[in-house]
Design a protein around this ligand. Structure first.
Ligand code: TYM
Length: 342
């Protein structure tokens, strides 16, 4: 019996697919690094990996054109600087692959007003940008579902704040599969145990965000060593002096998480290491391990940004690869819906 006659018997198991994306909507933070970028490399060998610079998403909030262009190159270069080999991973810019916008529209028609109204990110962003509550901000999750479903992604590595968006993508996929025949892989969010939600250094009950106006609240991946150390020294903590995880100690809990992420040590090991030493000494140590962690990324980033033409060529290649896979899914979707093919 040949492999074709008996299905897949004897064929090597098909690799599963990973997809994730980052918006080029500001300078990337330590939250973006630990919640997403720093983990992407671990999937390269075992999975087919797609990583996208989500520029279509970023215009749901007004962007200065020159800054959007710069941030798009920067996020792309940071993917590589954080360890992704563009030959082994498909790295692309969302607006270069028209299938995203096209499937995004189609999925709008399979997404309910009520479910979009419940999205926390929509509520937060519409409160923050009350003068620009546009339709794109509202339908954002359907476009994000398109990003994921076009590649038939099995896993979506993201920080905790994106869990709700991956869940709605699952619901949309299940709804579409049920209305026709199985078309989309139903994806799963893959959230790290440590670093899924890095908090602001100034308001540690809020997540660290690239759109925070207070620069001291965030560590940016590209910050200088001096800036990193200075920001940690100023980090808001509490009136206790013991470096210990505890309720109501959001600032210290966050610093312990960051120290753990930078060193690979558990929270208990960190507590032991700083037993009997004060907050001042601890903050300095967090700054130092963090600066050490980010320094090679920054060096590689500078090297890549010095040659924009090569980055452009890589973007083109990535878009071609992504488009090949995306167009296959989109054709299938159009056929199922009943669109006429020519
Ligand atoms: P974005 O650009 O806000 O963030 C990129 C990634 O960083 C994670 N993240 C954090 N993780 C830990 N602590 C933080 N403080 C922190 N802040 C951000 C986010 O969870 C995310 O993983 N909608 C997405 C972009 C997107 C996407 C997709 C993601 C568009 N299409 C398809 C996955 C799949 C966003 O706004 O991420």
């Amino acid at each position: 019996m040949t492999d074709i006659q008996n299905g897949n018997a004897g064929a090597p198991e098909k690799k599963k697919t990973v997809l994730s994306a980052v918006q080029p909507s500001g300078n990337l933070t330590l939250g973006n690094y630990f919640g997403s970028l720093s983990r992407f490399g671990e999937f390269t060998e075992m999975f087919d990996c797609y990583y996208c610079v989500a520029d279509l998403h970023s215009i749901t909030v007004r962007q200065v054109p020159a800054e959007l262009r710069r941030h798009t190159y920067e996020v792309y270069a940071l993917y590589i600087a954080c360890g992704l080999d563009p030959k082994e991973n498909v790295l692309f810019v969302q607006s270069h692959v028209h299938e995203h916008a096209e499937l995004g529209w189609i999925l709008d028609c399979y997404t309910m007003f009520g479910e979009l109204s419940r999205m926390t990110q929509f509520k937060d962003k519409s409160a923050k940008h009350a003068d620009n509550v546009n339709a794109g901000l509202f339908t954002y999750p359907a476009l994000m579902a398109a990003d994921i479903l076009l590649y038939q992604a099995d896993y979506v590595p993201v920080g905790a704040d994106q869990k709700q968006h991956v869940e709605i993508a699952r619901d949309i996929a299940t709804r579409f599969n049920g209305a026709y025949t199985p078309t989309f892989t139903v994806p799963e969010a893959y959230i790290p145990k440590e670093g899924a939600k890095i908090m602001s250094l100034q308001e540690p009950t809020k997540k660290m965000s690239k759109s925070d106006k207070n620069e001291n609240a965030s560590i940016y991946i590209l910050d200088s060593r001096d800036d990193i150390i200075r920001k940690f020294k100023r980090a808001v903590t509490d009136s206790d002096t013991c470096v210990r995880v505890g309720e109501g100690k959001d600032g210290i809990n966050n610093l312990i998480t960051i120290y753990s992420c930078c060193t690979g040590k558990s929270a208990e090991e960190v507590e032991c290491e700083f037993d009997g030493r004060g907050y001042g000494e601890f903050k300095l140590a967090v700054g130092e391990v963090c600066a050490d962690k980010l320094s090679p990324v920054k060096d590689k980033f500078d090297e890549l940004m010095a040659d924009k033409a090569s980055l452009g060529a890589l973007m083109k290649e990535g878009a071609e690869h992504a488009s090949y896979r995306a167009s296959r899914t989109l054709s299938k979707v159009k056929r199922k819906i009943g669109f006429v093919e020519i």
